[in-house]
Write a protein that binds this ligand. Structure first.
Ligand code: HEM
Length: 468
Protein backbone atom coordinates (compact mmCIF):
# COMPACT_ATOMS: atom_id res chain seq x y z
CA UNK A 1 0.00 0.00 0.00
CA UNK A 2 1.28 3.47 -0.86
CA UNK A 3 2.46 5.60 2.04
CA UNK A 4 0.29 8.71 2.15
CA UNK A 5 1.52 12.22 2.83
CA UNK A 6 0.12 11.99 6.32
CA UNK A 7 1.91 8.76 7.12
CA UNK A 8 5.15 10.16 5.73
CA UNK A 9 4.79 13.19 7.97
CA UNK A 10 4.21 10.92 10.95
CA UNK A 11 7.57 9.23 10.29
CA UNK A 12 9.38 12.47 11.14
CA UNK A 13 10.64 12.55 14.71
CA UNK A 14 8.36 14.73 16.82
CA UNK A 15 9.76 18.11 17.85
CA UNK A 16 12.78 17.89 15.53
CA UNK A 17 11.17 19.69 12.64
CA UNK A 18 10.47 23.39 12.78
CA UNK A 19 8.45 25.82 10.78
CA UNK A 20 11.14 26.34 8.15
CA UNK A 21 11.42 22.65 7.41
CA UNK A 22 7.74 22.19 6.74
CA UNK A 23 7.44 21.42 3.02
CA UNK A 24 5.73 23.85 0.73
CA UNK A 25 6.06 26.02 -2.37
CA UNK A 26 8.47 28.97 -2.25
CA UNK A 27 6.45 31.30 -4.42
CA UNK A 28 7.69 34.75 -5.42
CA UNK A 29 10.32 36.73 -3.52
CA UNK A 30 8.69 38.70 -0.66
CA UNK A 31 5.15 37.87 -1.74
CA UNK A 32 5.45 34.09 -1.63
CA UNK A 33 2.19 32.48 -2.73
CA UNK A 34 0.05 35.47 -1.76
CA UNK A 35 -0.73 36.47 -5.38
CA UNK A 36 -1.79 32.87 -6.10
CA UNK A 37 -3.88 32.74 -2.95
CA UNK A 38 -5.64 35.95 -3.97
CA UNK A 39 -6.13 34.97 -7.61
CA UNK A 40 -6.96 31.30 -7.25
CA UNK A 41 -7.16 30.41 -3.61
CA UNK A 42 -8.78 26.99 -3.95
CA UNK A 43 -6.48 25.96 -6.82
CA UNK A 44 -3.45 27.02 -4.77
CA UNK A 45 -4.61 24.95 -1.80
CA UNK A 46 -5.43 21.91 -3.98
CA UNK A 47 -1.97 21.98 -5.57
CA UNK A 48 -0.27 22.51 -2.21
CA UNK A 49 -1.97 19.45 -0.67
CA UNK A 50 -1.33 17.35 -3.78
CA UNK A 51 2.36 18.26 -4.00
CA UNK A 52 3.35 18.52 -0.33
CA UNK A 53 0.97 16.42 1.78
CA UNK A 54 -1.07 17.10 4.88
CA UNK A 55 0.96 19.93 6.45
CA UNK A 56 2.18 22.59 4.05
CA UNK A 57 3.94 25.92 4.69
CA UNK A 58 2.58 28.67 2.47
CA UNK A 59 4.74 31.80 2.57
CA UNK A 60 2.24 34.65 2.11
CA UNK A 61 4.02 38.01 2.33
CA UNK A 62 4.65 38.78 5.98
CA UNK A 63 2.18 36.13 7.13
CA UNK A 64 2.98 32.61 8.22
CA UNK A 65 0.26 30.51 6.72
CA UNK A 66 0.03 26.72 7.00
CA UNK A 67 -2.38 24.45 5.23
CA UNK A 68 -3.38 21.41 7.26
CA UNK A 69 -5.35 18.71 5.56
CA UNK A 70 -5.96 15.65 7.67
CA UNK A 71 -9.01 14.84 9.82
CA UNK A 72 -6.77 14.29 12.89
CA UNK A 73 -5.14 17.70 12.49
CA UNK A 74 -8.48 19.41 11.94
CA UNK A 75 -9.86 17.70 15.05
CA UNK A 76 -6.93 19.10 16.98
CA UNK A 77 -7.63 22.67 15.83
CA UNK A 78 -11.40 22.64 16.16
CA UNK A 79 -11.82 20.40 19.17
CA UNK A 80 -8.97 18.81 21.13
CA UNK A 81 -6.80 21.93 21.36
CA UNK A 82 -9.38 24.54 20.34
CA UNK A 83 -8.43 26.95 23.13
CA UNK A 84 -5.10 27.48 21.39
CA UNK A 85 -6.85 28.81 18.29
CA UNK A 86 -8.51 32.16 17.79
CA UNK A 87 -10.09 33.90 14.85
CA UNK A 88 -7.51 35.39 12.46
CA UNK A 89 -6.88 39.15 12.72
CA UNK A 90 -8.17 39.50 9.14
CA UNK A 91 -11.65 38.73 10.47
CA UNK A 92 -11.85 42.39 11.48
CA UNK A 93 -12.69 43.00 7.80
CA UNK A 94 -15.88 40.97 8.35
CA UNK A 95 -17.00 43.21 11.19
CA UNK A 96 -19.07 45.69 9.17
CA UNK A 97 -21.14 42.75 7.96
CA UNK A 98 -21.37 40.59 11.08
CA UNK A 99 -20.85 43.32 13.69
CA UNK A 100 -20.03 41.89 17.10
CA UNK A 101 -22.38 38.90 16.70
CA UNK A 102 -21.61 35.23 17.26
CA UNK A 103 -19.53 34.75 14.11
CA UNK A 104 -16.86 37.30 15.02
CA UNK A 105 -16.93 37.22 18.83
CA UNK A 106 -14.51 35.30 21.04
CA UNK A 107 -13.89 34.19 24.63
CA UNK A 108 -16.49 34.94 27.29
CA UNK A 109 -18.52 37.18 25.00
CA UNK A 110 -18.82 34.34 22.46
CA UNK A 111 -19.81 31.83 25.20
CA UNK A 112 -22.47 34.17 26.61
CA UNK A 113 -23.92 34.75 23.15
CA UNK A 114 -23.87 31.08 22.24
CA UNK A 115 -25.70 30.20 25.49
CA UNK A 116 -28.48 32.69 24.68
CA UNK A 117 -28.85 31.50 21.08
CA UNK A 118 -28.49 27.75 21.49
CA UNK A 119 -32.02 26.88 22.77
CA UNK A 120 -33.56 28.30 19.59
CA UNK A 121 -31.49 25.87 17.51
CA UNK A 122 -32.44 22.71 19.41
CA UNK A 123 -34.24 20.15 17.31
CA UNK A 124 -37.45 20.54 19.34
CA UNK A 125 -37.52 24.30 18.59
CA UNK A 126 -36.54 23.84 14.95
CA UNK A 127 -39.32 21.36 14.30
CA UNK A 128 -41.78 24.21 14.84
CA UNK A 129 -40.24 25.97 11.86
CA UNK A 130 -41.19 23.25 9.37
CA UNK A 131 -44.44 25.03 8.35
CA UNK A 132 -42.50 28.30 7.91
CA UNK A 133 -40.08 26.58 5.54
CA UNK A 134 -42.95 24.94 3.65
CA UNK A 135 -44.76 28.29 3.24
CA UNK A 136 -41.64 30.08 1.97
CA UNK A 137 -41.01 27.18 -0.43
CA UNK A 138 -44.59 27.49 -1.73
CA UNK A 139 -43.85 31.11 -2.68
CA UNK A 140 -40.80 30.02 -4.67
CA UNK A 141 -42.63 27.13 -6.30
CA UNK A 142 -45.39 29.50 -7.43
CA UNK A 143 -42.68 31.39 -9.37
CA UNK A 144 -41.35 28.07 -10.71
CA UNK A 145 -44.89 27.17 -11.79
CA UNK A 146 -45.16 30.33 -13.89
CA UNK A 147 -41.74 29.74 -15.43
CA UNK A 148 -42.67 26.15 -16.21
CA UNK A 149 -45.94 27.16 -17.89
CA UNK A 150 -44.16 29.82 -19.94
CA UNK A 151 -41.33 27.42 -20.81
CA UNK A 152 -38.76 29.83 -19.36
CA UNK A 153 -35.71 28.40 -17.56
CA UNK A 154 -34.92 29.57 -14.02
CA UNK A 155 -31.60 30.50 -12.48
CA UNK A 156 -31.86 28.54 -9.23
CA UNK A 157 -28.74 30.23 -7.83
CA UNK A 158 -30.66 33.50 -8.06
CA UNK A 159 -33.90 32.09 -6.59
CA UNK A 160 -32.54 30.28 -3.55
CA UNK A 161 -31.01 33.18 -1.56
CA UNK A 162 -34.39 34.96 -1.36
CA UNK A 163 -35.93 31.71 -0.09
CA UNK A 164 -33.29 31.03 2.56
CA UNK A 165 -33.36 34.66 3.72
CA UNK A 166 -37.15 34.50 4.06
CA UNK A 167 -36.89 31.30 6.10
CA UNK A 168 -34.39 32.87 8.50
CA UNK A 169 -36.29 36.16 8.79
CA UNK A 170 -39.70 34.57 9.30
CA UNK A 171 -38.58 31.55 11.30
CA UNK A 172 -36.15 33.20 13.71
CA UNK A 173 -37.49 36.75 13.86
CA UNK A 174 -41.15 36.57 12.75
CA UNK A 175 -40.44 39.10 9.99
CA UNK A 176 -41.82 38.82 6.48
CA UNK A 177 -39.54 40.63 4.05
CA UNK A 178 -41.99 40.14 1.19
CA UNK A 179 -40.81 41.54 -2.13
CA UNK A 180 -37.71 43.03 -0.49
CA UNK A 181 -36.21 39.57 0.07
CA UNK A 182 -34.54 39.20 -3.36
CA UNK A 183 -32.83 42.60 -3.25
CA UNK A 184 -31.71 42.12 0.30
CA UNK A 185 -30.37 38.64 -0.44
CA UNK A 186 -28.31 40.15 -3.28
CA UNK A 187 -27.01 42.79 -0.87
CA UNK A 188 -25.99 40.09 1.59
CA UNK A 189 -24.11 38.20 -1.10
CA UNK A 190 -22.28 41.32 -2.20
CA UNK A 191 -21.41 42.20 1.40
CA UNK A 192 -19.85 38.85 2.33
CA UNK A 193 -18.00 38.56 -0.95
CA UNK A 194 -16.52 42.02 -0.67
CA UNK A 195 -15.70 41.63 3.04
CA UNK A 196 -13.99 38.30 2.36
CA UNK A 197 -12.01 39.86 -0.51
CA UNK A 198 -10.86 42.55 1.91
CA UNK A 199 -9.40 39.92 4.24
CA UNK A 200 -6.84 39.25 1.47
CA UNK A 201 -6.20 42.90 0.54
CA UNK A 202 -2.62 43.85 -0.32
CA UNK A 203 -3.13 47.57 0.27
CA UNK A 204 -3.90 48.38 3.89
CA UNK A 205 -6.92 50.64 4.47
CA UNK A 206 -8.08 50.20 0.84
CA UNK A 207 -11.57 49.79 2.26
CA UNK A 208 -11.60 53.50 3.17
CA UNK A 209 -10.92 54.77 -0.37
CA UNK A 210 -13.90 56.40 -2.12
CA UNK A 211 -13.92 53.75 -4.88
CA UNK A 212 -17.06 52.59 -6.70
CA UNK A 213 -16.68 49.22 -5.07
CA UNK A 214 -16.54 50.70 -1.57
CA UNK A 215 -19.52 52.95 -2.25
CA UNK A 216 -21.55 49.96 -3.45
CA UNK A 217 -20.56 48.10 -0.29
CA UNK A 218 -21.64 51.04 1.90
CA UNK A 219 -25.00 51.31 0.16
CA UNK A 220 -25.71 47.57 0.52
CA UNK A 221 -24.69 47.71 4.18
CA UNK A 222 -26.99 50.69 4.75
CA UNK A 223 -29.93 48.75 3.32
CA UNK A 224 -29.17 45.65 5.40
CA UNK A 225 -28.79 47.68 8.60
CA UNK A 226 -32.07 49.48 7.89
CA UNK A 227 -33.87 46.16 7.35
CA UNK A 228 -32.50 44.77 10.62
CA UNK A 229 -33.46 47.96 12.50
CA UNK A 230 -36.97 47.62 11.03
CA UNK A 231 -37.28 44.00 12.22
CA UNK A 232 -36.29 44.93 15.77
CA UNK A 233 -38.47 48.08 15.84
CA UNK A 234 -41.55 46.17 14.65
CA UNK A 235 -41.18 43.70 17.50
CA UNK A 236 -40.63 46.47 20.06
CA UNK A 237 -43.96 47.95 18.99
CA UNK A 238 -45.83 44.69 19.65
CA UNK A 239 -47.32 44.43 23.13
CA UNK A 240 -45.49 41.88 25.29
CA UNK A 241 -48.27 39.25 25.34
CA UNK A 242 -48.40 39.35 21.52
CA UNK A 243 -44.71 38.64 21.09
CA UNK A 244 -44.03 35.12 19.78
CA UNK A 245 -41.65 32.95 21.79
CA UNK A 246 -38.98 33.04 19.08
CA UNK A 247 -35.30 33.91 18.87
CA UNK A 248 -35.95 37.64 18.59
CA UNK A 249 -37.98 37.71 21.81
CA UNK A 250 -35.23 35.70 23.52
CA UNK A 251 -32.52 38.09 22.29
CA UNK A 252 -34.55 41.13 23.36
CA UNK A 253 -35.08 39.71 26.84
CA UNK A 254 -31.33 39.07 27.12
CA UNK A 255 -30.59 42.63 25.94
CA UNK A 256 -33.09 44.15 28.39
CA UNK A 257 -31.36 42.35 31.26
CA UNK A 258 -27.97 43.95 30.47
CA UNK A 259 -26.80 46.99 32.40
CA UNK A 260 -25.16 48.80 29.49
CA UNK A 261 -28.32 49.45 27.45
CA UNK A 262 -26.58 51.00 24.40
CA UNK A 263 -24.10 48.16 24.04
CA UNK A 264 -26.89 45.60 24.49
CA UNK A 265 -29.02 47.23 21.77
CA UNK A 266 -26.04 47.26 19.41
CA UNK A 267 -25.35 43.62 20.14
CA UNK A 268 -28.98 42.68 19.53
CA UNK A 269 -28.82 44.39 16.13
CA UNK A 270 -25.54 42.65 15.28
CA UNK A 271 -26.87 39.26 16.28
CA UNK A 272 -29.95 39.55 14.06
CA UNK A 273 -27.70 40.68 11.21
CA UNK A 274 -25.23 37.83 11.83
CA UNK A 275 -28.00 35.24 11.68
CA UNK A 276 -29.51 36.60 8.46
CA UNK A 277 -26.11 36.87 6.77
CA UNK A 278 -24.86 33.44 7.92
CA UNK A 279 -28.08 31.66 6.97
CA UNK A 280 -28.70 33.08 3.51
CA UNK A 281 -25.91 32.45 1.01
CA UNK A 282 -24.55 29.23 2.55
CA UNK A 283 -27.88 27.42 2.56
CA UNK A 284 -28.79 28.83 -0.86
CA UNK A 285 -25.60 27.49 -2.43
CA UNK A 286 -26.06 24.12 -0.76
CA UNK A 287 -29.57 23.82 -2.25
CA UNK A 288 -28.33 24.94 -5.64
CA UNK A 289 -25.58 22.30 -5.69
CA UNK A 290 -27.97 19.59 -4.51
CA UNK A 291 -30.17 20.25 -7.55
CA UNK A 292 -27.11 20.43 -9.76
CA UNK A 293 -25.94 16.95 -8.74
CA UNK A 294 -29.42 15.42 -8.85
CA UNK A 295 -30.00 16.78 -12.36
CA UNK A 296 -26.79 15.11 -13.51
CA UNK A 297 -27.40 11.78 -11.80
CA UNK A 298 -30.73 10.45 -13.08
CA UNK A 299 -30.58 7.29 -10.96
CA UNK A 300 -30.12 9.24 -7.76
CA UNK A 301 -32.85 11.62 -8.82
CA UNK A 302 -35.23 8.72 -9.53
CA UNK A 303 -34.50 7.18 -6.15
CA UNK A 304 -35.16 10.49 -4.41
CA UNK A 305 -38.42 10.90 -6.31
CA UNK A 306 -39.52 7.37 -5.31
CA UNK A 307 -38.79 8.10 -1.66
CA UNK A 308 -40.69 11.39 -1.75
CA UNK A 309 -43.72 9.74 -3.38
CA UNK A 310 -43.72 6.82 -0.93
CA UNK A 311 -43.18 8.85 2.23
CA UNK A 312 -45.13 12.02 1.52
CA UNK A 313 -47.65 11.45 -1.27
CA UNK A 314 -48.63 15.01 -2.30
CA UNK A 315 -48.52 16.78 1.05
CA UNK A 316 -45.84 19.18 2.29
CA UNK A 317 -43.42 17.40 4.61
CA UNK A 318 -43.93 18.15 8.29
CA UNK A 319 -41.31 17.79 11.01
CA UNK A 320 -42.41 14.20 11.69
CA UNK A 321 -41.71 13.20 8.07
CA UNK A 322 -38.10 14.30 8.08
CA UNK A 323 -36.75 11.11 9.59
CA UNK A 324 -38.32 9.15 6.76
CA UNK A 325 -36.96 11.12 3.81
CA UNK A 326 -33.45 9.84 4.41
CA UNK A 327 -32.37 9.74 0.77
CA UNK A 328 -33.20 13.44 0.45
CA UNK A 329 -31.00 14.10 3.48
CA UNK A 330 -28.16 11.98 2.11
CA UNK A 331 -28.29 13.69 -1.29
CA UNK A 332 -27.94 17.02 0.50
CA UNK A 333 -25.07 15.72 2.64
CA UNK A 334 -23.27 14.40 -0.42
CA UNK A 335 -23.68 17.72 -2.27
CA UNK A 336 -22.21 19.42 0.82
CA UNK A 337 -19.29 17.00 0.73
CA UNK A 338 -18.42 17.63 -2.91
CA UNK A 339 -19.16 21.36 -3.03
CA UNK A 340 -19.14 22.67 0.55
CA UNK A 341 -20.36 26.30 0.45
CA UNK A 342 -17.89 27.23 3.21
CA UNK A 343 -14.89 25.77 1.44
CA UNK A 344 -12.12 27.35 3.54
CA UNK A 345 -11.70 27.89 7.28
CA UNK A 346 -8.89 29.53 9.23
CA UNK A 347 -7.61 30.07 12.75
CA UNK A 348 -4.59 31.73 14.37
CA UNK A 349 -2.46 29.71 16.81
CA UNK A 350 -1.87 31.50 20.14
CA UNK A 351 0.97 29.10 21.06
CA UNK A 352 3.14 26.77 18.95
CA UNK A 353 1.52 23.46 18.10
CA UNK A 354 2.55 20.20 16.46
CA UNK A 355 0.87 18.33 13.62
CA UNK A 356 2.19 14.95 12.57
CA UNK A 357 5.68 15.85 13.82
CA UNK A 358 5.70 19.33 12.30
CA UNK A 359 5.79 22.26 14.66
CA UNK A 360 4.02 25.46 13.71
CA UNK A 361 4.96 28.69 15.49
CA UNK A 362 2.85 30.95 17.70
CA UNK A 363 0.96 33.47 15.56
CA UNK A 364 0.71 31.08 12.61
CA UNK A 365 -2.43 31.20 10.51
CA UNK A 366 -3.70 27.68 9.91
CA UNK A 367 -5.96 27.17 6.95
CA UNK A 368 -7.98 24.05 6.29
CA UNK A 369 -10.52 23.28 3.65
CA UNK A 370 -13.72 21.25 3.79
CA UNK A 371 -13.37 20.91 0.00
CA UNK A 372 -9.97 19.22 0.39
CA UNK A 373 -10.55 17.03 3.43
CA UNK A 374 -13.85 15.85 1.91
CA UNK A 375 -11.72 14.24 -0.78
CA UNK A 376 -8.91 12.92 1.41
CA UNK A 377 -7.73 9.61 -0.02
CA UNK A 378 -7.25 8.07 3.44
CA UNK A 379 -10.97 8.34 4.12
CA UNK A 380 -13.03 8.69 0.96
CA UNK A 381 -13.25 6.01 -1.70
CA UNK A 382 -13.73 7.33 -5.22
CA UNK A 383 -14.02 10.83 -3.77
CA UNK A 384 -15.12 12.68 -6.91
CA UNK A 385 -18.21 10.47 -7.41
CA UNK A 386 -21.65 11.68 -6.31
CA UNK A 387 -22.85 8.82 -4.11
CA UNK A 388 -25.46 9.83 -1.48
CA UNK A 389 -25.39 6.37 0.08
CA UNK A 390 -22.00 7.06 1.58
CA UNK A 391 -24.10 8.60 4.33
CA UNK A 392 -26.08 5.50 5.30
CA UNK A 393 -25.45 4.60 8.95
CA UNK A 394 -23.63 1.49 7.82
CA UNK A 395 -21.19 3.16 5.46
CA UNK A 396 -20.61 6.10 7.82
CA UNK A 397 -19.50 3.78 10.64
CA UNK A 398 -15.88 4.31 11.58
CA UNK A 399 -15.43 7.43 9.44
CA UNK A 400 -13.43 10.04 11.34
CA UNK A 401 -15.74 12.83 12.50
CA UNK A 402 -13.47 15.58 11.17
CA UNK A 403 -13.25 14.08 7.67
CA UNK A 404 -16.64 15.69 7.02
CA UNK A 405 -16.83 19.32 8.08
CA UNK A 406 -19.30 21.26 5.91
CA UNK A 407 -20.52 22.86 9.15
CA UNK A 408 -17.12 23.00 10.86
CA UNK A 409 -16.87 21.16 14.19
CA UNK A 410 -16.08 21.44 17.88
CA UNK A 411 -17.50 24.20 20.09
CA UNK A 412 -17.71 26.70 17.20
CA UNK A 413 -19.53 24.36 14.83
CA UNK A 414 -22.28 25.97 12.81
CA UNK A 415 -25.22 26.78 15.06
CA UNK A 416 -27.60 26.57 12.09
CA UNK A 417 -26.53 23.12 10.81
CA UNK A 418 -29.74 21.34 11.76
CA UNK A 419 -31.89 24.19 10.55
CA UNK A 420 -30.12 24.13 7.17
CA UNK A 421 -30.50 20.35 6.89
CA UNK A 422 -34.18 20.39 7.82
CA UNK A 423 -34.79 23.27 5.44
CA UNK A 424 -33.04 21.48 2.58
CA UNK A 425 -35.05 18.31 3.14
CA UNK A 426 -38.32 20.22 2.95
CA UNK A 427 -37.35 22.40 -0.01
CA UNK A 428 -35.88 19.55 -2.08
CA UNK A 429 -38.77 17.19 -1.32
CA UNK A 430 -41.46 19.78 -2.13
CA UNK A 431 -39.72 20.77 -5.35
CA UNK A 432 -39.42 17.11 -6.42
CA UNK A 433 -43.17 16.65 -5.82
CA UNK A 434 -43.88 19.24 -8.52
CA UNK A 435 -40.94 19.45 -10.92
CA UNK A 436 -38.11 17.68 -12.66
CA UNK A 437 -35.16 20.02 -12.96
CA UNK A 438 -33.03 19.58 -16.03
CA UNK A 439 -29.65 21.04 -16.88
CA UNK A 440 -29.43 23.22 -19.96
CA UNK A 441 -27.80 21.18 -22.74
CA UNK A 442 -24.08 21.91 -23.32
CA UNK A 443 -24.00 24.36 -20.44
CA UNK A 444 -20.73 23.80 -18.60
CA UNK A 445 -20.98 24.58 -14.92
CA UNK A 446 -17.86 25.75 -13.16
CA UNK A 447 -17.32 26.27 -9.48
CA UNK A 448 -16.45 29.79 -8.32
CA UNK A 449 -14.80 29.77 -4.91
CA UNK A 450 -15.45 33.27 -3.62
CA UNK A 451 -16.63 33.83 -0.03
CA UNK A 452 -18.70 30.71 -0.57
CA UNK A 453 -18.46 28.08 -3.28
CA UNK A 454 -21.00 28.90 -5.95
CA UNK A 455 -21.63 28.19 -9.63
CA UNK A 456 -19.94 30.79 -11.83
CA UNK A 457 -22.60 32.78 -13.66
CA UNK A 458 -25.46 31.06 -11.81
CA UNK A 459 -27.19 27.74 -12.50
CA UNK A 460 -29.94 27.92 -15.07
CA UNK A 461 -32.23 24.90 -15.31
CA UNK A 462 -35.38 24.00 -17.17
CA UNK A 463 -38.43 22.80 -15.28
CA UNK A 464 -40.81 20.06 -16.31
CA UNK A 465 -43.92 19.03 -14.38
CA UNK A 466 -43.06 16.03 -12.20
CA UNK A 467 -46.20 14.20 -13.28
CA UNK A 468 -45.49 14.66 -17.01
C1 HEM B 1 -25.71 24.73 4.36
C2 HEM B 1 -25.73 25.82 5.13
C3 HEM B 1 -24.62 26.23 6.03
C4 HEM B 1 -23.28 25.98 5.95
C5 HEM B 1 -22.54 25.18 4.88
C6 HEM B 1 -22.66 26.60 7.10
C7 HEM B 1 -21.30 26.51 7.41
C8 HEM B 1 -20.74 26.97 8.58
C9 HEM B 1 -19.40 26.69 9.02
C10 HEM B 1 -18.39 25.85 8.27
C11 HEM B 1 -19.22 27.31 10.21
C12 HEM B 1 -17.96 27.27 11.08
C13 HEM B 1 -17.06 28.42 10.79
C14 HEM B 1 -15.73 28.31 11.52
O1 HEM B 1 -15.45 27.33 12.19
O2 HEM B 1 -14.93 29.25 11.36
C15 HEM B 1 -20.44 28.01 10.52
C16 HEM B 1 -20.63 28.81 11.64
C17 HEM B 1 -21.78 29.52 11.86
N1 HEM B 1 -22.97 29.42 11.17
FE1 HEM B 1 -23.33 28.25 9.57
N2 HEM B 1 -23.61 27.25 7.82
C18 HEM B 1 -24.83 27.05 7.21
C19 HEM B 1 -26.07 27.49 7.65
C20 HEM B 1 -26.27 28.34 8.73
C21 HEM B 1 -27.55 28.84 9.16
C22 HEM B 1 -28.90 28.44 8.58
C23 HEM B 1 -27.29 29.70 10.20
C24 HEM B 1 -28.22 30.52 11.08
C25 HEM B 1 -29.47 30.39 11.18
C26 HEM B 1 -25.85 29.71 10.42
C27 HEM B 1 -25.20 30.46 11.38
C28 HEM B 1 -23.87 30.29 11.73
C29 HEM B 1 -23.23 31.03 12.81
C30 HEM B 1 -23.87 32.11 13.66
C31 HEM B 1 -21.91 30.53 12.90
C32 HEM B 1 -20.85 30.93 13.92
C33 HEM B 1 -20.92 29.95 15.08
C34 HEM B 1 -19.92 30.22 16.20
O3 HEM B 1 -18.83 30.72 15.90
O4 HEM B 1 -20.23 29.88 17.34
N3 HEM B 1 -25.27 28.88 9.51
N4 HEM B 1 -21.37 27.77 9.53
Amino acid sequence: MAVTGYEKSKLRPSGKSFADTIPGPRGLPLMGVLPGLRRDSLGTLIRAARDYGDVVALPAGPRRVYLVNHPDHIRRILQDNHRNYGLPAQYRMLRPVFGGGLFTSEGERWQRQRDVLQPSFRLSALRELAPVVAAATEDMLARFERACTDGVPVDVAEETPALTLQVAARGLFGADLGSRASGLARDIRLLIEEATRRTMALVPFAEHLPSRRNRRFARALGRLDAAVAGIVAARRKAASPDRPADLLTRLMAAADAERDADAAIRELHDQVKTMLVSATVTTANALTWTWYFLSRHPQAEAQLRREVTECLADGAPGAADLERVTYVRMAFQEALRLYPPTWRLARTAHEPDTFGGYRIPAGAIVVFSPYLVHRHADVWENPEAFDPERFTAERSRGRPRFAYIPFGGGPRACIGAQLATMEAQIVVAMTAQRFRMRPIANHRVEIEPVATLRPRGGLTMTLEPASG
